[in-house]
Design a protein around this ligand. Structure first.
Ligand code: FES
Length: 124
């Protein structure tokens, strides 16, 4: 199955994340200088498979899962902070969070290089 390899840059303004096939494509905005501004990672959270294209970007430029707020380094796909909750529970789960984070460091999100080319963001 072919995967989309580009989307209009106008669809990914600074601070947003969009769905592009199996990928969550985002724009880290002004703080993400040059080619680091755009990113593309696989869409399914390593915790409980939430759709990361519905996530958000925090002040550090990390992708935050919409369900339990696990945080990902979009340059490596590594989970840098584990979930705050599980299933329908949202709250502190310190030990559980650390165990999931450890797994998320090993089983990273897939990462594609995403760059602006003309009016498009192109995934390589
Ligand atoms: S599904 Fe992403 S943190 Fe739980």
């Amino acid at each position: 199955m072919s995967e989309p390899d580009r989307l209009p840059a106008a669809d990914v303004p600074p601070g947003t994340v969009r769905r592009a096939g199996d990928w969550a494509v985002g724009n880290r905005g002004a703080d993400g200088a040059g080619e680091d501004r755009y990113f593309a990672v696989s869409r399914r959270c390593r915790h409980q498979l939430a759709d990361l294209s519905e996530g958000s970007i925090d002040a550090d430029g990390c992708l935050v899962c919409p369900w339990h707020q696990s945080r990902y380094d979009v340059r490596t796909g590594e989970m840098v902070e584990g979930p705050r909750g599980f299933l329908g529970y949202h709250g502190p789960t310190p030990v559980y969070s650390q165990v999931v984070q450890l797994l998320g460091r090993i089983a990273r999100l897939r990462v594609r290089r995403a760059t602006r080319q003309g009016d498009d963001v192109v995934l390589e």
